[in-house]
Design a protein around this ligand. Structure first.
Ligand SMILES: C[S@@+](CC[C@H](N)C(=O)[O-])C[C@H]1O[C@@H](n2cnc3c(N)ncnc32)[C@H](O)[C@@H]1O
Ligand code: SF4
Ligand code: SF4
Length: 381
């Protein structure tokens, strides 16, 4: 393995990305739902679909401070902040920002001020063009997308976190055009139809057309798109070599939660540090986006990032496969500003050019080739 790595890293471009990641070091990540409150009700939002708001955020600031201290002591260095709506909890968001690398996901209705949050990556959610977004997220009244565009015009911190719906792939071009014209970046996510609305938002249609449109956007705006065609293919196909996406392989599970005991011992890699904290900051749930959720409805892009990232060794059979893995790692570090963002985005056109769009050879992952995470992390130390 060391020999293959050495050979691939003769390539200065790959070496540059690899060195930056190594320099940043391994991530010890958690997810926190910072509040149980939200100012809108999107249709099929996973947070409310599974009543995650029943675990209330503590009123007492000292409880929040104690949580921060506990996680610092545990060695956590990266926090994904979701909810509920994090922009309703700015003083607590600030405390996370001051202590960890983080990513915050917001609906964009209330602007997160620049002062005090200068270098914070902000993912602003959108689900489709204005008409679609108004129906799915704005209760037929509020143009949530327009409000986000206004609030974050030319804001260098912002990437649009575009949750595409399977039957609305034709909207992707116009949405991306508007996000780019607004001076922001774009990352894609994939909608799971939890409220069984069907029709255009039914994930059973498959995301092949969405994937085709994402590839077009990468070609058109390589300097602005933060998802690679490789990861988009992994999500839309639900396959990584011989593995099929689902609970048995998912790495984004709370390692402390006994509901995951059997999964943890099934030999597949998982993130040993990871916990998805409910708003009460004490209890954890099964995974980043669910408690009892049917995994066949899950196309979560962050969870797929982890799936690829924790299966490094499977990607070592050829330089192209290693490139697919390394670019996935690099994009994760870049999106979350763990590596220098300004310098990193300049690599995007070349990064996208290097990523293969096809399936890697299906026989490349031999049984036992996925690394236990302890070993994997060791490579970054
Ligand atoms: C639960 S929200 C919390 C943060 C914030 N309120 C927001 O909407 O951005 C976290 C992310 O999950 C996404 N999301 C919610 N329900 C989803 C679903 N059923 N399928 C895919 N993504 C979903 C939202 O679009 C958002 O980007
Ligand atoms: S804004 Fe976020 S938390 Fe609120 S309902 Fe929509 S997706 Fe869910
Ligand atoms: S719902 Fe998604 S993130 Fe949660 S365990 Fe299932 S596959 Fe993993």
């Amino acid at each position: 393995m060391a020999g293959q790595l050495k050979e691939y890293l003769q390539d200065p471009f790959l070496k540059q990305m690899y060195s930056q990641i190594r320099q940043a070091g391994p991530l010890k990540s958690i997810l926190v739902d910072i509040t149980h409150v939200c100012n809108i009700r999107c249709q099929g939002c996973y947070f409310f679909a599974e009543d995650m708001d029943k675990n209330k955020a503590p009123r007492d600031e000292a409880e929040f401070d104690a949580f921060i201290e506990r996680e610092k002591t545990r060695g956590t260095n990266f926090v994904s902040v979701a909810g509920g709506e994090p922009s309703l909890m700015l003083p607590r968001l600030k405390k996370i920002y001051d202590n960890f690398w983080l990513m915050v996901v917001t609906n964009g209705l209330r602007r997160i001020p620049y002062a005090g949050f200068e270098n914070m990556p902000i993912a602003v959610s959108v689900w489709g063009d204005h008409a679609t977004d108004i129906v799915l997220r704005g209760s037929g009244k509020t143009d949530v997308f327009s409000r986000g565009l206004q609030n974050y015009k030319d804001d260098p911190r912002v990437l649009w976190y575009y949750t595409t719906t399977a039957g609305n792939a034709h909207q992707i071009e116009s949405v991306v055009e508007q996000c780019v014209a607004n001076g922001n970046y774009v990352l894609f996510n994939f909608y799971g139809d939890l409220s069984h609305k069907g029709g255009e938002v039914d994930h059973h249609r498959g995301f092949e057309e969405v994937r085709r449109q994402i590839n077009r956007m990468i070609e058109r705006y390589p300097e602005r798109i933060l998802l690679s065609s490789y990861l988009s293919q992994v999500v839309s196909s639900g396959r990584l070599y011989q593995e099929e996406w689902g609970y048995e392989v998912c790495c984004s599970i709370s390692a402390d939660n006994e509901v995951n005991l059997a999964r943890i011992h099934n030999g597949k890699p998982y993130n040993t540090h990871f916990r998805a904290y409910n708003p009460d900051l004490k209890s954890t749930r099964r995974c980043c986006i669910g408690e009892t959720r049917d995994c066949s409805t899950c196309f979560d892009v962050w969870a797929h990032f982890s799936w690829v990232m924790l299966n490094m060794k499977a990607h070592l059979a050829s330089k192209q496969e290693f490139t697919n893995w390394l670019t996935t790692m690099y994009l994760f570090y870049l999106i979350n500003r763990i590596v220098d963002f300004e310098a990193g985005v300049r690599l995007l056109p070349e990064l996208h050019r290097r990523v293969s769009q096809g399936h890697p050879p299906s026989d490349a992952l031999q049984p036992g080739l996925s690394l236990p995470v302890g070993q994997l992390m060791h490579q970054w130390q």
